[in-house]
Ligand binder design. Sequence first.
Ligand code: GCW
Length: 714
Amino acid sequence: MIARLFCWMIAIAMASLTQVASAEDGYDLWLRYRPAQGEAAGRIAAQATAIVAPGTSATLTAVRAELQRGVTGMTGKAPALSDTVQQDALWLASSASTPALPVKTNGLGNEGYAIRSVTKDGKAVTLIAANSDIGLLHGAFHWLRLAQSGERLDRLDISSAPKIGLRLLNHWDNLDGTVERGYAGSSIWDWWRLPDWKGPRYTDYARANASIGINGTVLNNVNAKSDSLTAPYIAKAAALADIFRPYGIKVYLSVKWTAPMELDGLKTADPLDPQVAAWWKAKADAIYKEIPDFGGFLVKANSEGQPGPQDYKRTHADGANMLAAAVKPHGGIVMWRAFVYAHDNPDDRAKQAYSDFKPLDGQFADNVIVQVKNGAIDFQPREPFHPLFGAMPKTPLMMEFQITKEYLGQSTHLTYLGPLFEETLTSDTYAKGKGSTVAKVIDGSLDGHKLTGIAGVANIGTDRDWSGSIFNQADWYVFGRMAWDTGLTAQGVAREWATLTFSPDAKVIDPVVAMMMGSREAAVDYMTPLGLTHVMATGHHYGPGPWVADLARPEWNPVYYHKADANGIGFDRTKTGSNATGQYAAPVAKMLDKVKTTPERDLLWFHHVGWDSKLQSGETVWNGLVHRYDRGVAYVAGMQTSWEALRPYVDAERFAETQALLGIQHREAQWWRDASIAYFQSIAKRPLPADAAPPAQTLDWYKAQNFPYAPGHH
Ligand code: GCW
């Protein structure tokens, strides 16, 4: 009896173990390494009978562990580790430790890699070559990506190196564990228990980021607290840096401008005061003592209430250069944000960053890089590229994208950001004639800069799936992949991600990629069609609020942005209006100054047009607006149908989650559509087009909706 009970207990324990091992809860991200199907398993096993990656560095240890984990997961058989090259082995060798590699590594830099099927001493092997162990790590992840995708592995000839130097995540994580604009749980940094307790998530975070080429992370919110610069918090950051170092990831900190006053009672934070400069120098020295490869500082100054050098009648350059001098002896950098606008500046908000920064071109120290958001307002579903790109040739500029979706449906909407990133990177600034793309500005090639960077505001939290939903993981993934190679397409990366996340089966991939590719445009349609912007509800930015007109600062009110009145709608940013168009290079400005030549997707961003004026389709602006709202909602309904058809091919757990979230998205898209139409109709006073249904509720009902506990607002 007892023996039987015991057997049962073992059986139950085994069953739950296998369940845990195979649970598709999203924790493994795109590094799932599930058993390969059909011939793929044999292909992988045949090319990885052994792993030859001798060396004692922490990075090589991580590389071997990752390859073993991957190959074992995919084939069910652990490859041997060997110090000598053997037939059908994966051979990893860096030029630093192996002379006369059969593959050239010049041009690969410190992080790039080559993967080639070669013969070494009569043995067929797959060589992963690089100039450093970190390069080998990136190469190993590339090989694992190919293996997981079911690709052929026997005739490889690949080489890859990043064009952009700094590829960073920016965490808007607070020291109390909350995350500003975070929709995936709490901060993954357990500041309270660091540096003693270092949970396994930190290593998995490093693995995930290294696998897509991210090489730095800013640990704390740009709305920074001084405390992160105290000795206990530096020790905590150092503990994280130690975990990330083998994966080629450096840590950075956001700093608060007035830290010298708050922490040590200095009378001023004037950047030209020698005591202030000395304080920062000593602070930098203290940080580098604990974190010898510390990356540097990120600064939000004189923006949205944060203190900064302008409080002392100094410029952003004065401030940045003082900090830059402090980290310079250690090889550190300063990332100075250009996201600034002031309540006492009556000028169009979209113009203010350019007005502040353009005159400072040429005045920044050589270890300062100015971090510019993709658009001139704030991470909207669609923004034209920021006019600073191309306008500061003497200053390195880095891109800031927002991976977390403050304005694109937060954690519940499926709105794949690849197309948004691609649209921005391929935009032509015309700064040096045709072909002066934003990508060329930030990769330094347009103006010959060596210091180059791109940052994404992270969408990572303590949720089991890290990002709040399976599909939100794709936004993290595509950010990393495009940061590594700005030439990748949103579509190509979507395929890659879907293959790794679901399966290489075209029956799954094709519909999933199709859903993803139109999803961001759908959000534009149901939230901010035709170039509308910033019409979200106050504070948490969850849901529609185009009627809001009572906030203290004019540019906090949606009515400031859409300027709808009895005659028409849109913000006149042409010569007759705010002249924001004048901040672009002449050919772009000329194009945007006329309604006719302005891309319709940006129409209301640049022009105030009559309700009855005609769109390209021939319909009126009013009718076109309504039709776009409807098109957005219909797209979401279409995604629901596509997803339903995938039920047989997707595991129950991820199927159910996505199904439920698409349900939320549909309901909210409808709400956005109805509320927006109810409001704009009250101003336009025009009938709905014949094929459009009236909003479900009255305008007052929509206005009365209130969400005091919507997440992410701190
Ligand atoms: O997008 C806005 C957000 C703020 C954020 C700010 C910024 C960190 O609403 O939450 O603050 O931008 O980028 O500084």
